[in-house]
Write a protein that binds this ligand. Structure first.
Ligand code: NDP
Length: 252
Protein backbone atom coordinates (compact mmCIF):
# COMPACT_ATOMS: atom_id res chain seq x y z
CA UNK A 1 0.00 0.00 0.00
CA UNK A 2 3.05 2.29 0.14
CA UNK A 3 4.22 1.24 -3.32
CA UNK A 4 4.33 4.09 -5.83
CA UNK A 5 5.54 2.03 -8.80
CA UNK A 6 3.81 3.24 -11.95
CA UNK A 7 2.84 6.58 -10.38
CA UNK A 8 4.09 9.95 -11.58
CA UNK A 9 4.91 12.79 -9.18
CA UNK A 10 5.63 16.45 -9.89
CA UNK A 11 7.51 18.33 -7.16
CA UNK A 12 7.79 22.10 -7.48
CA UNK A 13 10.99 23.40 -5.94
CA UNK A 14 12.19 19.80 -6.11
CA UNK A 15 15.77 20.79 -6.90
CA UNK A 16 16.80 21.52 -3.31
CA UNK A 17 15.85 21.71 0.35
CA UNK A 18 12.56 20.20 1.50
CA UNK A 19 11.34 19.67 -2.07
CA UNK A 20 14.31 17.46 -2.89
CA UNK A 21 13.68 15.56 0.33
CA UNK A 22 10.10 14.90 -0.78
CA UNK A 23 11.24 14.00 -4.31
CA UNK A 24 13.68 11.45 -2.82
CA UNK A 25 10.94 9.92 -0.66
CA UNK A 26 8.61 9.56 -3.64
CA UNK A 27 11.40 8.15 -5.81
CA UNK A 28 12.43 5.63 -3.15
CA UNK A 29 8.80 4.43 -3.01
CA UNK A 30 8.96 3.81 -6.78
CA UNK A 31 7.41 6.91 -8.37
CA UNK A 32 8.74 8.55 -11.52
CA UNK A 33 9.52 12.12 -10.51
CA UNK A 34 9.52 15.44 -12.33
CA UNK A 35 11.19 18.29 -10.47
CA UNK A 36 10.62 21.96 -11.28
CA UNK A 37 12.73 24.98 -10.42
CA UNK A 38 14.29 28.08 -11.97
CA UNK A 39 17.95 27.14 -11.63
CA UNK A 40 19.23 24.75 -14.32
CA UNK A 41 22.38 23.77 -12.40
CA UNK A 42 20.38 22.90 -9.28
CA UNK A 43 17.94 20.91 -11.43
CA UNK A 44 20.81 18.88 -12.93
CA UNK A 45 22.40 18.15 -9.54
CA UNK A 46 19.07 17.02 -8.07
CA UNK A 47 18.34 14.87 -11.13
CA UNK A 48 21.67 13.11 -10.72
CA UNK A 49 20.82 12.39 -7.08
CA UNK A 50 17.37 11.00 -7.93
CA UNK A 51 18.66 8.89 -10.81
CA UNK A 52 21.38 7.48 -8.55
CA UNK A 53 18.52 6.05 -6.47
CA UNK A 54 17.41 4.16 -9.58
CA UNK A 55 14.43 6.44 -10.16
CA UNK A 56 13.04 7.66 -13.45
CA UNK A 57 13.46 11.42 -13.07
CA UNK A 58 13.18 14.49 -15.26
CA UNK A 59 13.42 18.22 -14.67
CA UNK A 60 11.70 21.29 -16.04
CA UNK A 61 12.76 24.90 -15.72
CA UNK A 62 9.83 27.02 -14.57
CA UNK A 63 9.40 30.38 -12.87
CA UNK A 64 6.18 29.74 -10.99
CA UNK A 65 5.34 33.43 -10.67
CA UNK A 66 4.42 33.15 -14.38
CA UNK A 67 0.98 31.50 -14.78
CA UNK A 68 1.85 30.25 -18.27
CA UNK A 69 5.00 28.57 -16.94
CA UNK A 70 2.90 26.77 -14.32
CA UNK A 71 0.60 25.34 -17.00
CA UNK A 72 3.56 24.40 -19.20
CA UNK A 73 5.24 22.61 -16.27
CA UNK A 74 2.20 20.38 -15.76
CA UNK A 75 1.84 19.73 -19.51
CA UNK A 76 5.54 18.85 -19.77
CA UNK A 77 5.23 16.37 -16.89
CA UNK A 78 2.32 14.58 -18.53
CA UNK A 79 4.11 14.56 -21.90
CA UNK A 80 7.43 13.25 -20.57
CA UNK A 81 6.27 10.85 -17.86
CA UNK A 82 2.88 9.76 -19.21
CA UNK A 83 0.48 11.21 -16.63
CA UNK A 84 0.30 12.82 -13.22
CA UNK A 85 -0.79 11.13 -9.99
CA UNK A 86 0.92 13.19 -7.26
CA UNK A 87 1.37 16.96 -7.27
CA UNK A 88 3.63 18.44 -4.60
CA UNK A 89 3.22 22.22 -4.36
CA UNK A 90 6.40 22.90 -2.42
CA UNK A 91 8.20 25.85 -4.09
CA UNK A 92 8.30 28.88 -1.86
CA UNK A 93 10.11 32.05 -1.06
CA UNK A 94 10.24 34.68 1.64
CA UNK A 95 11.03 38.40 1.55
CA UNK A 96 11.36 39.55 5.13
CA UNK A 97 10.63 43.16 6.02
CA UNK A 98 8.57 44.90 8.69
CA UNK A 99 4.92 45.37 7.63
CA UNK A 100 5.03 49.18 7.67
CA UNK A 101 7.92 49.02 5.16
CA UNK A 102 6.59 46.19 3.01
CA UNK A 103 6.72 46.89 -0.72
CA UNK A 104 3.78 45.97 -2.92
CA UNK A 105 6.03 44.26 -5.51
CA UNK A 106 7.48 42.00 -2.79
CA UNK A 107 4.01 41.18 -1.51
CA UNK A 108 3.01 40.13 -5.05
CA UNK A 109 6.18 38.01 -5.47
CA UNK A 110 5.65 36.12 -2.21
CA UNK A 111 1.93 35.57 -2.82
CA UNK A 112 2.48 34.52 -6.45
CA UNK A 113 5.24 32.05 -5.57
CA UNK A 114 3.77 30.51 -2.43
CA UNK A 115 0.02 30.62 -2.98
CA UNK A 116 -1.12 31.48 -6.51
CA UNK A 117 1.24 29.00 -8.17
CA UNK A 118 -0.12 26.20 -5.97
CA UNK A 119 -3.69 27.01 -7.02
CA UNK A 120 -2.79 27.26 -10.71
CA UNK A 121 -0.75 24.04 -10.65
CA UNK A 122 -3.60 22.24 -8.89
CA UNK A 123 -6.08 23.50 -11.50
CA UNK A 124 -3.84 22.39 -14.37
CA UNK A 125 -3.21 19.03 -12.70
CA UNK A 126 -6.87 18.33 -11.83
CA UNK A 127 -7.93 16.43 -15.00
CA UNK A 128 -4.85 14.20 -14.73
CA UNK A 129 -5.26 13.61 -10.99
CA UNK A 130 -8.90 12.71 -11.60
CA UNK A 131 -7.99 10.33 -14.43
CA UNK A 132 -5.41 8.71 -12.15
CA UNK A 133 -8.14 7.44 -9.79
CA UNK A 134 -5.84 8.04 -6.80
CA UNK A 135 -4.74 11.64 -7.26
CA UNK A 136 -2.75 13.28 -4.50
CA UNK A 137 -1.95 16.92 -3.81
CA UNK A 138 0.61 17.64 -1.09
CA UNK A 139 0.96 21.34 -0.34
CA UNK A 140 3.72 22.90 1.69
CA UNK A 141 2.49 25.40 4.25
CA UNK A 142 4.39 26.49 7.34
CA UNK A 143 3.96 26.78 11.08
CA UNK A 144 3.83 30.49 10.17
CA UNK A 145 0.31 29.84 8.90
CA UNK A 146 -0.49 29.62 12.63
CA UNK A 147 2.06 31.83 14.39
CA UNK A 148 3.01 35.41 13.60
CA UNK A 149 6.48 36.94 13.29
CA UNK A 150 7.15 40.67 12.79
CA UNK A 151 8.86 40.33 9.38
CA UNK A 152 6.51 37.73 7.94
CA UNK A 153 3.18 39.39 7.05
CA UNK A 154 3.33 38.37 3.37
CA UNK A 155 4.82 34.93 4.03
CA UNK A 156 2.30 34.20 6.79
CA UNK A 157 -0.59 35.42 4.63
CA UNK A 158 0.53 33.21 1.76
CA UNK A 159 0.91 30.14 3.97
CA UNK A 160 -2.39 30.76 5.78
CA UNK A 161 -3.92 30.92 2.30
CA UNK A 162 -2.32 27.61 1.34
CA UNK A 163 -3.89 25.94 4.39
CA UNK A 164 -7.39 27.25 3.64
CA UNK A 165 -7.04 26.50 -0.08
CA UNK A 166 -6.08 22.93 0.85
CA UNK A 167 -9.34 22.46 2.75
CA UNK A 168 -11.47 23.73 -0.15
CA UNK A 169 -9.72 21.59 -2.74
CA UNK A 170 -9.98 18.55 -0.45
CA UNK A 171 -13.74 18.95 -0.15
CA UNK A 172 -14.24 19.77 -3.84
CA UNK A 173 -12.18 16.86 -5.17
CA UNK A 174 -12.82 14.08 -2.64
CA UNK A 175 -15.44 12.47 -4.87
CA UNK A 176 -12.81 12.24 -7.61
CA UNK A 177 -10.58 10.10 -5.39
CA UNK A 178 -8.15 12.99 -4.94
CA UNK A 179 -6.76 13.79 -1.50
CA UNK A 180 -5.33 17.23 -0.72
CA UNK A 181 -3.23 17.79 2.40
CA UNK A 182 -0.76 20.36 3.63
CA UNK A 183 2.47 20.08 5.61
CA UNK A 184 3.40 22.60 8.28
CA UNK A 185 7.19 22.44 8.53
CA UNK A 186 8.91 23.81 11.60
CA UNK A 187 12.47 25.11 11.39
CA UNK A 188 14.25 23.11 8.71
CA UNK A 189 17.90 23.56 7.75
CA UNK A 190 17.77 24.70 4.10
CA UNK A 191 18.97 27.59 1.94
CA UNK A 192 15.85 29.52 2.97
CA UNK A 193 16.64 29.40 6.68
CA UNK A 194 20.41 29.74 6.21
CA UNK A 195 19.60 33.22 4.90
CA UNK A 196 17.42 33.95 7.94
CA UNK A 197 20.13 32.67 10.30
CA UNK A 198 22.54 35.16 8.78
CA UNK A 199 20.16 38.03 9.60
CA UNK A 200 19.01 36.81 13.04
CA UNK A 201 22.02 35.99 15.25
CA UNK A 202 19.99 34.31 18.02
CA UNK A 203 17.83 32.20 15.69
CA UNK A 204 19.88 29.01 15.92
CA UNK A 205 19.79 28.90 19.72
CA UNK A 206 16.14 30.02 19.83
CA UNK A 207 15.12 27.16 17.55
CA UNK A 208 16.98 24.58 19.65
CA UNK A 209 15.41 25.97 22.84
CA UNK A 210 11.85 25.98 21.42
CA UNK A 211 12.00 22.62 19.62
CA UNK A 212 11.41 19.63 21.95
CA UNK A 213 13.51 17.30 19.75
CA UNK A 214 16.41 19.76 20.21
CA UNK A 215 17.49 19.89 16.60
CA UNK A 216 16.68 21.61 13.35
CA UNK A 217 14.65 19.61 10.85
CA UNK A 218 16.42 18.15 7.84
CA UNK A 219 15.03 17.66 4.29
CA UNK A 220 15.39 13.91 5.02
CA UNK A 221 12.58 14.33 7.56
CA UNK A 222 10.20 14.87 4.61
CA UNK A 223 10.96 11.67 2.69
CA UNK A 224 8.57 9.47 4.67
CA UNK A 225 5.63 11.86 4.89
CA UNK A 226 5.77 12.51 1.14
CA UNK A 227 5.76 8.80 0.34
CA UNK A 228 2.91 8.19 2.81
CA UNK A 229 0.70 11.06 1.62
CA UNK A 230 1.41 10.09 -2.00
CA UNK A 231 0.37 6.49 -1.46
CA UNK A 232 -2.84 4.46 -1.14
CA UNK A 233 -2.09 4.13 2.58
CA UNK A 234 -3.34 7.69 3.11
CA UNK A 235 -6.53 7.38 0.98
CA UNK A 236 -8.89 8.38 3.85
CA UNK A 237 -6.82 11.37 4.99
CA UNK A 238 -7.73 14.63 3.28
CA UNK A 239 -7.90 18.32 4.05
CA UNK A 240 -5.55 18.12 7.01
CA UNK A 241 -2.55 20.21 8.03
CA UNK A 242 0.27 18.04 9.38
CA UNK A 243 3.06 19.61 11.43
CA UNK A 244 6.54 18.29 10.61
CA UNK A 245 8.30 20.28 13.27
CA UNK A 246 9.89 18.14 15.99
CA UNK A 247 7.13 19.24 18.39
CA UNK A 248 7.70 23.00 17.96
CA UNK A 249 4.00 23.81 17.56
CA UNK A 250 2.89 21.93 20.71
CA UNK A 251 5.63 23.15 23.02
CA UNK A 252 4.04 25.04 25.91
P1 NDP B 1 14.77 26.41 -0.41
O1 NDP B 1 15.09 27.85 -0.61
O2 NDP B 1 15.85 25.44 -0.13
O3 NDP B 1 13.95 25.87 -1.66
C1 NDP B 1 12.98 26.64 -2.30
C2 NDP B 1 12.64 25.94 -3.60
O4 NDP B 1 11.62 26.68 -4.27
C3 NDP B 1 13.83 25.87 -4.53
O5 NDP B 1 13.86 24.60 -5.12
C4 NDP B 1 13.55 26.96 -5.56
O6 NDP B 1 14.08 26.58 -6.83
C5 NDP B 1 12.02 26.94 -5.60
N1 NDP B 1 11.48 28.24 -6.02
C6 NDP B 1 11.49 29.41 -5.33
N2 NDP B 1 10.92 30.38 -6.06
C7 NDP B 1 10.54 29.81 -7.23
C8 NDP B 1 9.90 30.28 -8.40
N3 NDP B 1 9.51 31.57 -8.55
N4 NDP B 1 9.67 29.41 -9.41
C9 NDP B 1 10.06 28.12 -9.30
N5 NDP B 1 10.65 27.60 -8.23
C10 NDP B 1 10.90 28.45 -7.20
O7 NDP B 1 13.68 26.40 0.74
P2 NDP B 1 12.98 25.26 1.58
O8 NDP B 1 13.30 23.93 1.04
O9 NDP B 1 13.21 25.57 2.99
O10 NDP B 1 11.45 25.61 1.27
C11 NDP B 1 10.57 24.73 0.61
C12 NDP B 1 9.15 25.05 1.06
O11 NDP B 1 9.04 24.79 2.46
C13 NDP B 1 8.75 26.51 0.87
O12 NDP B 1 7.41 26.58 0.45
C14 NDP B 1 8.90 27.10 2.25
O13 NDP B 1 8.08 28.20 2.44
C15 NDP B 1 8.47 25.90 3.09
N6 NDP B 1 8.90 25.98 4.48
C16 NDP B 1 10.23 25.94 4.82
C17 NDP B 1 10.62 26.02 6.15
C18 NDP B 1 12.03 25.93 6.59
O14 NDP B 1 12.30 26.06 7.80
N7 NDP B 1 13.00 25.72 5.71
C19 NDP B 1 9.62 26.17 7.22
C20 NDP B 1 8.27 26.22 6.76
C21 NDP B 1 7.93 26.13 5.44
P3 NDP B 1 15.03 27.60 -7.68
O15 NDP B 1 16.10 28.05 -6.74
O16 NDP B 1 15.54 26.77 -8.83
O17 NDP B 1 14.11 28.68 -8.13
Amino acid sequence: MFDLSGRVALVTGGNGGIGLGMARGLAKAGAAVMIAGRDAAKNEAALAELRALGAEAEAVIADLTDPEAVKAMVAETVKMLGGLDILVNNAGTNIRRRPEEYRLEDWHTVLATNLTSAMLASQAAYPHLKASGHGRVINNGSMLSIFGLPFHAAYGASKGGVVQMTKSLAVAWAADGITVNVLLPGWIDTALTQKARGDMPTLHEDVLRRTPTKRWGDPKDFEGIAAFLGSDASAFITGVAIPVDGGFSVHG
